[in-house]
Structure formats: C-alpha cells, structure tokens
Design a protein around this ligand. Structure first.
Ligand SMILES: Cc1cc2nc3c(=O)[nH]c(=O)nc-3n(C[C@H](O)[C@H](O)[C@H](O)COP(=O)(O)OP(=O)(O)OC[C@H]3O[C@@H](n4cnc5c(N)ncnc54)[C@H](O)[C@@H]3O)c2cc1C
Length: 495
C-alpha cells in the first residue's frame, strides 16, 4: 500500500495561530498536514531547562486547539526526540514538506536541527524554515539590519485561515508518562497565564491603562509588575509575534497621546531582536566570554556565596527579595535582573557561567538569544559596553523606598522599620529585638560589604581593559554585532 502524502508543521517557539508563516504554507500547499509540538528529553536534560517552561508551552496549546476547533484539527503532542519522531513520521507517511520557524536556540537545539535536516534530506523531504520576527539567518555584520527590521515590522501580518480537513494520526509511541502529564497539568497560579487568547487582554490593558506609567515604573520591582507590558513570556514562546506587538502599539489610536511610553516599548521590541540577532550570529555566547580576552580573568567562585545568591539568603534584602520572587513568579524587571547579575559577577566575584542556567530556569520568559547576550553584557565580558556595577542598597532605596517589595518577599524583615529595611544589619541589638529580628539568626548577616566589594571589582575589571586580547576582540565584536565600530571602553560605573 502506498503511504499517504502529507506535510508537517513543526511548532517550536511559535505557539499561536495568527501571523504564522509555517501554518499558512501548510494550508496553501493543499495536501493534508499535521501540526506537532515536541517535548524532547534532550532539552529536558540541558541545564537551562525547567518544568515551568514546559508548563507554559503545554498550557499555550489549548488556546490554539480552540482556535482550530471548527476544522476538527488540533496540535499533536509528541514526547520524544525530534529525530525519532521524524523517523516515525517518515516511516508511516510520505512527508513532502516540513514547515517551521528558524530557531535561535542553544547548542542542543542547533545540533538537533542539524540531525533532523540530515534525516529529512535522506528521505527527499523539504524542510522550509521561515524567518522568526526580525532575526536574520546567515548575516556576517549589521549592515542594513535596521532597515530590514523596520521593513519587517511595517509589513502586514499574515491573516491565517484554517480550512484544510484534519488528519487523524496513526498510533505512535510518543505518549507521555502519567507522572509527567500530571506535573505539566499542574500550572502554578503565580505564573502568567499562557496562550494566544491571553495576549489580546495583555496588549489592550497595557495600551489603555497599565502602560501609561511605563517609563516611571519600569525599574521599580513592585510597580513594574503592573506597568510593564509583561509580554516577554508570550513573545518568548511565540503566543505573539514581535510584529503583532509592534503593529498593535504603533497603530493604536492613543499613540499620539502616549508617545513616550509607547515609543519606549517599541524601542524595546527592537532590542529584543537586536540581542537575539547577536546570539543567532554567535551562539558561543552560551558558553564562552564573547570577548575572549575575559577568559583569563580569575574569579573567587565561592560556592557558599553562590548558594546564598541562588536561594535568596545573601543578607542583602533587595537581592534576596528578587531571587525569592523569581522562584515563585518567574518574572522581575530588566534593572532588577541586571542588578542580580551585577551582584553575582562583581560583588560576589563569580564566573558568569555559574549563574546563567540558574536564572534561565527561573525566568518564565527564558529566551536564549536575549538571556546569554544580556547576561554577558551585565557581567562585563563584552569589552564594548560600559560596565555597570549596581549598588544593591542604593537601588533598594531608589526603587523600593518604602520597602513594600522587600517586606512581601522577605517576611523575616516584616517588622523592621523603614530606616533599616535596606540595611537591617545596621540595627543595634536592642532595635533588632524590638522588631523581632536577629541578624545572623532569623535573617543572614550580609555575606559581603557592597561598597568595598564594588571598589575591588571596579579595579579588577578596569585593570583588565588594556589586555591585548580584550582590545582586539572589542574591535571584532563591534564590527560583527553593531553599526558602531569606533566605540571606546568606558570606566566601570557604580549605580
Ligand atoms: C540578565 C538578563 C537576562 C534577561 N533574559 C531575558 C530572557 O530570557 N527573555 C526575555 O524576554 N528578556 C530577557 N531580559 C530582558 C528584559 O529584562 C525582559 O525582556 C523584560 O524585563 C521583560 O518584561 P516586559 O515584557 O514587561 O518588558 P517591556 O519593558 O514591556 O518590553 C517589551 C518587550 O521588549 C523586549 N525587551 C524589553 N527589555 C529588553 C532588553 N533589555 N533586552 C532585550 N529585549 C528587551 C521584551 O521582549 C519585552 O517583552 C533579560 C535581561 C537581563 C538583564
């Protein structure tokens, strides 16, 4: 019997039905197709993986299935390696095309894609990978990148239609075990709601209400949870394309009235692609200092300090509050992320690689292309950006002056008066007793002196800037990743 000829749409970080090029291609091809999403054990074994990422993707699918409802179609789930799933599909069907988006992923997903490509080629199956958002594959520098980005954002979105009959799949061995399924189904309330159907509310409430104080609250740990768009998780897993977000805000009827917050938001969408583009071109950001000259910088790497940072027990109230908030909710704002990295790499003098996967696992919006490039920028290993050493006490006083965020996430400090919330170790013993805290017992002594450690870090990093390899790498990085090739190193600043 001849096998049935079909196409496959492989969903990756594009869990939506609208503005979707692979799904459009499958509809237009005019032959039956199935839509698959894979939960791959090899990604689960990678240290950047956490259950919360799979939970968000798993719970993004019902909204797609509802949208596909009238055609009787749904997304088919496979729990297995991509190579095995495609081998199974090629054995049971004559697969003409696989349609997907390009993935700006880690070394694991890149290598998996190479293996899949080989298997598909051996069977004469064409794999078409569409450009994701404004990220270009195969470029060597940034000449013309900005114009292409704006061209992409200003081009109309795809109006997907779903009229092809559904395809009932043959039985396959890629079903999940019941324990995993139970874990996936149990979605924590404190995480953002997943799915394309959530995005519309999120965008409208940001444009009409929440975002009006965007620029004022963007760095405040508590207020930013409302005033920031909170779209990063939806963008990371593709419940929304960057173009959809861009066009929604750019063409919003309140744009002229709210130009400041709206244009700040649009600028950040461009940063989103700018950082991902760096990773697309140089994926060794995951493992290596992008400026190889920083590989020779030595670090203290004290494991007890690392553990205190990871668990939110450094004795620095805002640092601890942020880390505990991340464990529970999966999101903090940009400045607070930058500060956590700054404390790790500068004050605690840890190699940046000791923290990347920890935060990747905690961020619900984990996007490798932004994560590793931003991490290295904040760790000061690019040699092209001003090094910012965030003073955790100053940041706390400026952005959580009344200590609401700290008291919420560090309940040990709840009774501490405002004058000491940011520096509880400065309380006399009697004051500690009066507010029910014993520094060193109920809440840790600070593991470092932030001012002293910042001074040492500044000296160390600034001293390394003239290393010949740092200098030659700086020129290479500027040429590859920016339009500006004449940037000079700037002294480390304390902020
Ligand atoms: C160490 C570190 C790691 C980070 N890791 C991630 C990550 O894994 N995934 C991720 O989406 N963002 C990451 N960011 C960037 C930024 O912190 C988040 O995008 C932002 O806080 C998300 O909140 P929001 O959606 O409310 O953003 P908004 O301020 O509302 O901005 C809108 C969108 O613009 C993009 N964006 C905003 N700020 C930045 C930025 N500085 N760089 C690149 N894109 C930006 C995001 O897609 C965001 O959703 C990281 C930043 C740092 C310092």
């Amino acid at each position: 019997m001849t096998e049935r000829t079909i196409n496959i749409v492989w969903l990756k970080r594009d869990l939506r039905l609208a503005d979707h090029a692979p799904l459009q291609a499958a509809e237009e091809a005019g032959i039956p197709y199935f839509i698959c999403f894979l939960f791959e054990p090899s990604t689960q074994q990678h240290p950047d993986w956490s259950l919360r990422h799979w939970q968000f993707t798993y719970h993004s699918l019902p909204s797609m299935n509802r949208g596909l409802g009238s055609s009787g179609r749904k997304v088919d789930l496979f729990f297995g390696e991509a190579t095995d799933v495609f081998c199974w599909a090629l054995k049971h069907y004559s697969v003409r095309n696989v349609f997907s988006y390009q993935e700006t992923g880690t070394e694991t997903t890149w290598n998996r894609d190479k293996q899949v490509r080989t298997i598909l080629q051996e069977h004469g199956t064409q794999w078409t990978e569409f450009q994701r958002d404004g990220i270009l594959r195969g470029i060597k520098d940034r000449k013309g990148w900005d114009k292409k980005w704006f061209d992409t954002m200003h081009s109309p979105g795809i109006e997907n239609r779903y009229s092809m009959q559904s395809l009932t799949l043959k039985k396959h061995p890629f079903t999940p075990n019941s324990n995993l399924l139970k874990e996936l189904e149990n979605y924590p309330h404190a995480f953002q709601k997943p799915g394309e159907s959530e995005v519309c509310n999120q965008l409208s409430s940001f444009a009409e209400e929440r975002g009006l104080n965007y620029h004022k609250h963007i760095s405040k740990p508590a207020e930013s949870r409302v005033s920031c768009s909170r779209l990063s998780t939806h963008l990371a897993w593709g419940n929304l394309s960057v173009k959809q977000a861009y066009r929604f805000i750019k063409h919003h009827d309140q744009y002229a009235n709210h130009k400041r917050p709206f244009s700040a938001f649009l600028q950040r969408l461009k940063w989103h692609c700018h950082f991902m583009q760096k990773f697309e071109v140089e994926c060794s950001y995951e493992y290596q200092c992008v400026n190889r000259g920083y590989e020779s910088l030595e670090h203290e790497n004290r494991s007890d300090w690392l553990e205190a940072w990871k668990t939110g027990h450094t004795g620095l109230p805002l640092v601890d509050a942020l880390m505990r908030c991340l464990h529970e909710t999966g999101w903090i704002n940009f400045r607070m992320r930058a500060m956590l990295v700054s404390v790790l790499c500068h004050h605690l003098d840890q190699d940046w690689r000791r923290g990347t996967n920890h935060l990747a696992r905690l961020f619900l919006d984990y996007e490798p292309g932004i994560h590793f490039t931003q991490f290295q920028m904040q760790a000061g290993t690019t040699g092209t950006n001003a090094i910012r050493i965030y003073n955790p006490v100053k940041q706390s006083l400026e952005h959580d002056p009344l200590g609401h965020f700290i008291h919420h996430w560090v309940p040990e400090l709840e009774g501490v008066p405002n004058a000491f919330t940011h520096t509880p170790w400065k309380m006399e013993l009697l004051e500690q007793t009066m507010c029910g805290v014993k520094i060193g017992e109920t809440y840790p002594c600070p593991i470092i002196d932030p001012l002293e450690r910042a001074k040492q870090a500044r000296k160390k990093i600034w001293g390394h800037r003239s290393n010949p390899l740092v200098r030659s790498e700086r020129a290479r990085i500027l040429k590859t990743h920016t339009r500006n090739t004449s940037n000079v190193a700037q002294p480390a600043q304390q902020i």
